[in-house]
Design a protein around this ligand. Structure first.
Ligand SMILES: C[S@@+](CC[C@H](N)C(=O)[O-])C[C@H]1O[C@@H](n2cnc3c(N)ncnc32)[C@H](O)[C@@H]1O
Length: 260
């Protein structure tokens, strides 16, 4: 296991801070606060991204009939995780989580346990820069002759080069059969505050986060059939009813697509 670093901010812990969790340290909160000072919207993105994950997984398990999930860059267990959402709809759902943060690993062992007798939940401690390793480990749990939902939820910005991020997704997805799905979202660069916050974040010592253009988010789905409403701000992807007014778009795009 990699050593847990308390002197360098870590993505999973900063994200946990923004989501309102307790699995973070002063160094993470300082980096998180520095981002919020420039782009306050990031806290809403962090919270709304979980809502998107829940809507996407529910769609996949209930409407698309996919009961296998490979959630790469899982982050800390939170209120509603992929297996809880999927197994509530389809109890037999199998979920494999992947992350490379040593503290996430420690929590995952304790918390990511099945919510049903039929379901399976597993965790792989791996770096997504080695997609072949992830696929070969995931084969121990998932049946790669049946559709799989591959999830990259706000994680690929840590890959410095967009084309390399595309290659990672392609490499994992190449192992899946027709009828599989990709669910993905990324922080986008539409607002000056997002661009400035990401630039400032580099100075924190954390692994930088590269923002995408909305077109680049769509690019991950180039060979796939986009599920309605396509690639949109993540809080506008099949939202629930709003009591009053319209849903203001956040600077983060999300989509779900099916492999033909
Ligand atoms: C912004 S958080 C998103 C967490 C979660 N997907 C969510 O939507 O709440 C990014 C996650 O990606 C993980 N991550 C970053 N680089 C990674 C890598 N090279 N391999 C695997 N996971 C990575 C981090 O540890 C962190 O948990």
């Amino acid at each position: 296991m990699d050593k847990i670093r308390y002197d360098v901010p870590q993505s999973a812990r900063i994200w946990n801070y923004w989501q309102g969790g307790k699995d973070n340290y002063p160094v993470d909160r300082a980096a998180g606060d520095a981002w919020i000072a420039i782009q306050p919207e990031i806290a809403a993105i962090a919270k709304q991204s979980r809502q998107f994950l829940m809507r996407a997984v529910r769609y996949l398990a209930a409407e698309a009939g996919v009961h296998q999930f490979l959630d790469i860059g899982t982050g800390f267990p939170t209120l509603q995780n992929t297996h809880e959402v999927a197994q509530a709809v389809a109890p037999e759902s199998k979920v494999v989580y992947v992350d490379n943060d040593p503290l996430v690993l420690a929590h995952a062992r304790a918390l990511l346990v099945n919510t049903t007798d039929e379901g399976v939940t597993a965790y792989i401690d791996a770096d997504y820069h080695d997609p072949d390793l992830i696929v070969s480990d995931a084969r121990n749990v998932l049946n790669f002759t049946q559709p799989i939902a591959v999830m990259f939820m706000g994680v690929l910005g840590h890959v410095a080069d967009y084309n390399e991020a595309r290659a990672i997704v392609s490499r994992v997805f190449a192992a899946t059969p027709s009828g599989s799905y990709l669910a993905l979202w990324e922080n986008t660069d539409l607002t000056e505050t997002a661009r400035a916050a990401a630039a400032e974040y580099v100075k924190s010592g954390a692994i930088p986060y590269r923002l995408c253009t909305p077109a680049q988010v769509g690019g991950f789905f180039e060979d796939l059939q986009l599920v309605e409403p396509g690639s949109v701000p993540l809080n506008q992807w099949r939202p629930g009813p709003v009591e009053v007014g319209a849903i203001e778009p956040l600077d983060a795009y999300a989509a779900v697509g099916r492999k033909p």
